[in-house]
Design a protein around this ligand. Sequence first.
Ligand code: UDP
Ligand code: MG
Length: 307
Amino acid sequence: MDLSIIIPIYNEEGNIDKLFSRLNQVIQKLNLKEVEYIFINDGSKDRSLELIKTLAKRESSVKYINLSRNFGHQIAVSAGLDNSKGDAVVIIDADLQDPPELIENLYRKLREGNEVVYAKRRSRQGEGAMKKFTAKLFYRILRNVTAINIPVDTGDFRIIDRKIVDVLKNMPEQQKFLRGQISWIGFNQTFVEYDRDERYAGKTGYTYKKMARLALDGITSFSNFPLKFATIAGFVVSGISFFMILYALYSRFISKDYEPGWTSLMLAVLFIGGIQLIGIGIIGEYISRMSANIRNRPLYIIQEKTT
Ligand code: UDP
Ligand code: MG
């Protein structure tokens, strides 16, 4: 198998046929022997599954995986990766926001000796100011709090070598943030720039809730900054408390301007408050590492798939 193309599908009935014909045109140009298209139906509520099945009947290169419910984009893509056989694998959105024609460039650059070629967004069409702003902000926060170099303004549209897929399969964490994991893996990575189109049909499946979750998964999987922040806050509060303690002692013994009992009360509250925050921060450091690994559940459940 030369190339696998992974397409996560969540309510994309208006895009599937158009996407396939555009993909097919590009792939023909590459002159490959064997190509597979893997559609992953991620709990669509429209006719997507039906359309995919029809396509699979007509085209022997089309395969599908039907997940038991909506697991989310990252997990749908992971299911596709686990079931792919290609020496190279393309991940592409179904809504034609990622232009299939770019695959030609991606493939060429891969063959030039890279293991990852990601598509970097020069501009984004047809997306609201709020989405663009939150996306921009997220990519920049992520870059500042993580130690690895996750490229900014880059989604999952990319081509990766089999070597990368094999490593990804051995990274079983539940909080999937594929673009981060792929950066973390290393090898030779490069990019091509493109202008992101408007969605062809339908509407986005990424609600703000899903986006916020992806953002938090990205940050917590690749950075301990939030935990360190708790620890630092603990120290800052304790530092301030220390001065308040000095003031309380001064009021009690030197200026003698105080209510009886106030001093000891203040000392205890401030001191314990500070120590508690430090403690919670440190415990959090451990719990976050543990909880991610303990719930050893399968990442997704397949209801049916082509064999
Ligand atoms: N998608 C998915 N599961 C979801 C949400 C989205 O498989 O829960 C798919 C969707 O069908 C599309 C891709 O992920 O192929 C990107 O989603 P979308 O276009 O809705 O996101 P946006 O481009 O608005 O960020
Ligand atoms: Mg989209």
